[in-house]
Design a protein around this ligand. Structure first.
Ligand code: SAH
Length: 395
């Protein structure tokens, strides 16, 4: 087996079981490993530390599979990891409440670079590392075997693959092409999901519990849902008794599906107004027209992947949150989110405090939110905690 040797003093994070080895920590690579090949990681003294997948083009040169010297990285290893990962969901996601679940959440489930989402009887797989790429066929077989499902579709058409030197790719992997739309249900609400062309693997499963929370604040309220995608929060709000909702979303395809989602659940189409546009600009227009709402939801895309981009991201968050707060009636509620890994919960709260100050409102956090339980955060991988949300009430 090829080996990589760390520089002196660079074994601390791997001893704490962080699963990434950055290129700067490597002293030497022995044996010319191919991308995705399993390598042994040795300390500068030559002691065994772990086994992982090599990636020549990435800053993250090795992603760890196992710390156990006796564990072989084989189809059986992947069967065990995936089996455990699926079991982990059994205690947290109630199958009577939803049929759309993240089954594998990459590093946090001990499978760096692998995402698997289940939408009813369709599996959608994302391969985000060379290690996963190398074992792709095995992983498909194991997933089919363990879930008893037939259809596996790949959505590895994401930008991060470029950082690995991998091309974007999407298409059927097993059991043919899935239907254009899959109907999923979530706490009594049905949503159409387009796994072939939708964002991520088709739906924002990480917000499931938060949609349910927001629903509890919606009764009798007039809602502004910014970055609405296919109406995830709006439908939850309507189910919770919201009077109406104004949805702002950049993607026309998402809006089309959102309209159909409203119809699918039998809500009055007049209750939802869709505006296709840039939320930053549209919110300004609403402010200039003197509009106000009882419940404002802000669920923007990622503004910062890394801490290095945090300053620019912070300006974006400040901007929309300031506008969001200004668009609230007295005693209104703001449900605001950030899925930027580079903006942590402390910084996000500070940004909100600054926005409230500038908006001239007295505001209180009444609930703190995070990604749902099928997107766990392994304690040895704090980077896995990316989604944070605050429910804020104003006076
Ligand atoms: N709340 C949704 C998920 C939102 S994801 C749910 O629960 O399902 C963020 C959305 O913001 C995406 O649909 C994306 O198309 C949209 N978006 C990105 N930039 C935007 C912008 N500047 N203005 C409006 N929408 C934008």
């Amino acid at each position: 087996m090829a080996t990589v040797v760390l520089k002196p003093g660079r074994d601390k994070s791997i001893l704490r079981r962080h699963p990434w080895i950055f290129s700067g920590a490597l002293a030497e690579v022995r044996g010319a490993p191919e991308d995705g090949e399993t390598v042994e990681v040795l300390s500068s003294q030559g002691e065994y530390l772990a086994k992982g997948a090599y990636s020549s083009a990435s800053q993250i040169r090795v992603r760890i599979w196992s710390w156990d010297p006796d564990e072989e990285i084989s189809p059986d290893f992947f069967r065990q990891r995936i089996e455990k990962s699926i079991r982990r969901r059994e205690g947290c996601v109630d199958p009577t409440q939803t049929d759309a679940v993240r089954l594998v959440h990459a590093e946090s489930d001990g499978l760096p670079g692998l995402i698997v989402d289940r939408y009813r009887d369709i599996l959608v797989m994302q391969c985000l590392s060379w290690g996963i790429e190398r074992w792709r066929e095995t992983l498909v077989d194991v997933l089919v075997e363990l879930t008893g499902l037939d259809c596996v579709f790949e959505r590895s058409d994401v930008e991060v693959r470029a950082l690995e030197g991998q091309e974007a790719r999407s298409g059927p992997l097993h059991g043919g092409t899935p239907p254009e739309r899959i109907k999923i249900s979530e706490f009594g609400i049905e949503y159409w999901v387009d796994v072939q062309h939708g964002h991520k693997t088709g739906f924002y499963l990480d917000q499931r519990a938060n949609r349910k929370t927001v629903r509890q604040f919606a009764n009798g309220r007039e809602v502004l849902d910014c970055f609405a995608y296919t109406g995830g929060f709006t439908l939850a709000a309507l189910k919770g008794g919201a009077k109406k909702s104004l949805c702002i979303e950049a993607s026309a395809e998402a809006i089309d599906l959102g309209r159909e989602n409203v119809a699918l659940n039998g809500f009055n189409p007049e209750a939802v107004e869709w505006v296709q546009g840039n939320a930053f600009q549209e919110m300004r227009k609403l402010r200039d027209r003197g509009r106000s709402f009882d419940l404002v939801i802000l669920d923007p895309p990622k503004f910062a992947a890394t801490a290095a981009q945090a300053a620019r991201a912070a300006r974006g968050y400040k901007d929309i949150n300031l506008l969001g707060l200004k668009l609230l009636h007295p005693r209104g509620i703001l449900a605001t989110f950030s899925c930027s890994g580079g903006v942590d919960a402390d910084l996000f709260q500070k940004i909100l405090a600054g926005a409230a100050l500038d908006a001239g409102v007295e505001a209180r956090i009444i609930q703190r939110l995070s990604q749902d339980c099928d997107h766990p955060v392994a304690l040895n991988f704090p980077e896995g905690a990316y989604l944070k949300g605050l429910i804020v009430c104003v006076e």
